[in-house]
Design a protein around this ligand. Structure first.
Ligand code: HEM
Length: 152
């Protein structure tokens, strides 16, 4: 037990929890919630949608903050020192971070109310599907990165 870095364990927990909540919530909304709402009247559907949107927007933003804080903590303090000179590791990590920013942008546009992103919300199903697929690629990259050996 003596060698365990408690802060790193907590940050790993935060990272995985953020991913589970943001990605799990989006999969639930796409596969269960949206189709189930189709049978409702326009008025009930729009009231329900607004009530859910407000709550999920808050949860999504908390998850994004958790992913950013824990992700950069882990990368800068743990992974950079352990993968010095490993271009492939850092290239794949760069791709993971870039894709994460796309996921954060699309997710924020979908749960937000900015007029500029109304076009994205009008094609909600398409962009939610794209975002979930991107998140699955990010998780695959994370699994690959974890399997790469340390250089130091
Ligand atoms: C949609 C956003 C994201 C998702 C779904 C996600 C998911 C994951 C998952 C599932 C892991 C594996 C955890 C483990 O085995 O301990 C992981 C690892 C990691 N993530 Fe993320 N992540 C996201 C965004 C970010 C961001 C923005 C950063 C910023 C630097 C980041 C940095 C890292 C690092 C450094 C690791 C450890 C890699 C290794 O084991 O070598 N992630 N991520």
């Amino acid at each position: 037990m003596g060698d365990i870095n408690v802060l790193s364990v907590l940050m790993r927990w935060l990272h995985i929890s953020g991913a589970v909540v943001a990605v799990g919530g989006s999969v639930f909304a796409l596969i269960a919630l949206l189709p189930a709402m189709r049978g409702l009247s326009d008025e009930i559907r729009s009231d329900l949608h607004e009530a859910i949107r407000k709550r999920f927007a808050m949860l999504f933003m908390i998850s994004v903050t958790a992913l950013l804080v824990s992700g950069f903590y882990n990368y800068l303090l743990n992974e950079i020192p352990q993968h010095k000179g490993d271009g492939l590791y850092h290239g794949l990590m760069g791709a993971k971070i870039l894709l994460a920013f796309v996921v954060f942008f699309l997710g924020s546009a979908l749960v937000g109310r900015a007029a500029a992103f109304e076009g994205i919300r009008r094609r909600r199903k398409r962009w939610m599907t794209v975002n979930i697929l991107l998140a699955l690629i990010i998780i695959a990259l994370a699994a690959l990165l974890r399997a790469m050996p340390n250089t130091t």
